[in-house]
Design a protein around this ligand. Structure first.
Ligand code: NAP
Length: 264
């Protein structure tokens, strides 16, 4: 029993402790967390002590993935994050996170896709361009904007946009680059646009403690690459997890991979 202004209040101490604990937790949201690189990032941030919100558009795939990581001992919870239903899905998620935690420490915009009708600039279909931009760019921008008040409410939030070397204009135009001949207009342009979002949002947030960076995972064996790539998901997660946990004097508005930086 507690007395406040002469009023007797019944206080459930363990309930209050639980609420305080939720509001103190370091919370990370990863979109596209149900498989591939996103799943591995969720695993590593869970191991690092974050309360992980594993975002997925499909409830059963998301719940199975979150259960698996909880089974490994991490605090991982499935949340719906459907980039094709942005901004509504992002707004609903922001409401839930706001009510439960009051802030968001890390946002990893990882969900991404490629379209089978993508191709060289002379033939890529307009539908493929629209479809790819819908997820890789518009979805990521809309989710970030919805979640921004919660990111600003954190101690010093980190936003990681999962991009690609294929989104670098400099690399695309460099005949000596190993990626020079990898021309998929929709995918490459969507990641270039995402990189612009990184640069411009870092500008908007330059007077705050929020850091915004792009990460390239590298060529990684996942469903996206038909598991035909040299890197493991553990290697693919390195740059993303590093940016998610940048110290306060770390960079913002940068484009990194696990071994260094990429030119825009
Ligand atoms: P992946 O295994 O195919 O996983 C992609 C994830 O994104 C899945 O969870 C997928 O969900 C989700 N997703 C796709 N569209 C979505 C939407 N509209 N709404 C919500 N979620 C959506 O691919 P990955 O290789 O791990 O790719 C992860 C990120 O790394 C992507 O942004 C990709 O562009 C980037 N990347 C990958 C490589 C590589 O070599 N693998 C290289 C450079 C950059 P579903 O399971 O429901 O489809």
């Amino acid at each position: 029993m507690m007395v406040m202004d002469g009023v007797h209040l019944e206080v459930n101490r363990s309930r209050i402790d639980a609420i305080v604990e939720e509001f103190m937790a370091k919370v990370a949201l990863i979109t596209g967390g149900n498989k591939g690189i996103g799943f591995e990032v969720a695993r590593q941030l869970g191991r690092a002590g974050f309360t992980v919100l594993l975002g997925a558009r499909d409830a059963s795939r998301g719940a199975v993935a979150a259960d698996k990581l909880r089974g490994e001992g991490a605090d991982v919870r499935f949340v719906v994050a459907d980039l094709n239903r942005a901004p509504e899905s992002g707004a609903a998620l922001a409401k839930r996170i706001g009510e439960e935690f009051g802030h968001l420490d890390v946002l990893v915009n990882n969900a991404g896709m490629g379209d089978p009708a993508d191709g060289h600039a002379s033939v890529a279909t307009i539908d493929a361009l629209r479809h790819t931009f819908e997820t890789n760019f518009f979805g990521a921008v809309a989710f970030t904007q919805e979640l921004l008040p919660l990111l600003r409410a954190a101690e010093g939030a980190r936003i990681v946009n999962v991009s690609s070397a294929l989104g670098s204009l400099a690399i695309n135009g460099d005949a000596s680059s190993p990626f020079y001949h990898v021309k998929s207009l929709a995918y490459n342009a969507s990641k270039a646009a995402l990189n612009m979002f990184t640069v411009d949002l870092a500008y908007d947030l330059r007077e705050t403690k929020v850091k915004v960076n792009s990460a390239c995972p590298g060529f990684t064996a996942t469903d996206m690459t038909n598991h035909n790539a040299p890197q493991t998901v553990e290697e693919g997660a390195i740059a993303i997890v590093r940016l998610a946990q940048l110290p306060d004097d770390g960079p913002t508005g940068c484009f990194i991979h696990k071994d260094g930086t990429y030119p825009w």
